[in-house]
Design a binder for this molecule. Sequence first.
Ligand code: E4P
Length: 220
Amino acid sequence: MKFFLDTADIGEIEEAASWGVLAGVTTNPTLYAKIGGKLSDFHAHIKRICEICDGPVSAETVSLDRAGIVREGEELAAIAPNVVVKVPVMPEGLAATKTLSERGIAVNMTLCFTVPQALMAARAGARYVSPFVGRFDDISEDGLEHLGNIVAALRNYVFEHDVEVIAASIRHNQHVVAAALMGADIATVPFAVLQKLVKHPLTDRGLEAFLADWERVKNA
Ligand code: E4P
C-alpha cells in the first residue's frame, strides 16, 4: 500500500516527505480553506506541493458542468506533470473524466461511496477512484465494508486504464490496516493519522530500554 497525505498544509507535506514514505498528496476545497487558502493563490499553492512531492498531487475541480470541469482540469493539469485532476462522481463529472482521460490527463474520481459509482468512474477512464470510508462511519454505516466491496468489484474487470483505489476519508490506524488487508492500492491519510501509523508503545518502550542499556555499556 502507498501512503498519500490528505492535506493542503505545506509544513505537513514537507515533514511527511522528509520521512521518505510520501507517495502522493490529495487536497480538496475544504482542506485548502482550512489553511486559509485564497482563490488567487490556489494554482501557486498546488505548484508548491508538486515541487515537494513528485508523486501524484490531486487538485479538485469545483465546476458542475462538463465543459467547466474540463476547462478547470486542463488548467490544473498545466500546473505540473504530477497534478491529478480530482472530479466528483456525478454524471457531468463522468463525462468530463472521459474527455480529460482521452486527452491524457489523469483523473481521481472523488466522493465515491458505492460499487456502481466506482465501476462507472473506472469505465469513464479515471486513473484513481477514492472511496470515502470515515464519512460512512459518521452516519453509522460500515465504511470499510463498502471499501472492501469496491476493491473486490474493481478487481473483477480489466479497464482501459489502470485504476488504483485510494482509501479516503481515513480517520484512524484501523482504517488503514483494514484497507491494506483488503488490497486498496493507496491510503490517503491526514497528517495526524500518519504520525500515529508509525507509533507503537512497545517500540517506544524498547527504544528506551536499548538506550538505557547502551548507557551501561558506555559506563562499563
Ligand atoms: C479524499 O481525497 C478526501 O480529500 C478526504 O479523504 C475526505 O476526508 P474527510 O471525510 O475527512 O473530509
